[in-house]
Design a binder for this molecule. Sequence first.
Ligand code: EPU
Length: 292
Amino acid sequence: MSLLTGFETFVRPNEPLYVHTWLHIGGPAEFFATPNTRDELRAVVQRAAELGLPIHLLGAGSNVLVRDEGVKGVVVRLEAPAFAEIHVLKNIIRAGGGARLGHVISTAVGHGLAGLEPLVGIPGTIGGALHLNAGTRGGDIGQWVRRATVMNRAGELIEHDRSDMVFAYRQSSLDELVILEAEFELDTDSPEEIAKRMQKQWIIRKAAQPLGHQCAGQIFRNPRGMSAGMLIDQAGLKGQRIGLAEVSDRHANFIIAEPNCPSSDVIALIEFVRERVQDRLGVELEADIELW
Ligand code: EPU
């Protein structure tokens, strides 16, 4: 039996991944699955395990760099509406792992629920944001979670309470295959006040960071007490190019990929930046973007 047998309605072979990533680069996935229900998701996860195929979960594609040769095995994306539902009950928001972080933030603001607004402008899905504990200096997503439902690589559902989840700088204990759903317990405030704070945050972020396609999230983690962007800037690397990839002039911890940029240019530029910063400033940078 192949991975496709019986799954033809939601699994495609050889799907180009560049269309699904913010950098808009990278080769194909051997199999690309967009299940419509939890049952379909479980079935494809279990089949991949039986066949010994590697399996990856792709969120919004804002934090991954796909190699030119593509990805072996199965890439799953929760793009069906069933995985992106958002429900509000008093001061609790329940959101599917495939819901966009931005939609959840605007829903919260509309209901007078405060806490997530500092995260405005961060791309990605709820699943991706939780997996990486997305955040800003104003706070991170992990601090607001009270429950999460995940699916492991055997296709089993697991419930996590606040007490068995750990969040730290750009990392979380939620490292099972799929984050299906999470609940956030938020503060209440007037929608106008929250919207004002959100707008302020948005303006600051827009002024400081390049947003949008052809660039992803920040490339390196901030070393303790320092800013990777400032270090790369101090090493004189703003505007540094390799092929069609360039260190952003606006904020040095972003890489801009021009149309048709191969993944290899971005990988080479990341390596170049890492070596230069190490040579010139003696600081070792660790990449934050995932290389697939
Ligand atoms: N700076 C420079 N040159 C640059 C970039 C920055 O001198 O090219 C200086 C800035 O002027 C500022 C300092 O470095 O004095 C810090 O910069 P910024 O405020 O932009 O913050 P950051 O440390 O670069 C972190 C997070 C961002 C988050 C912001 C705001 C990381 C890797 N980055 O950036 O998160 O939005 O703080 O809270 O943790 C992300 O992780 O992808 C991300 C965007």
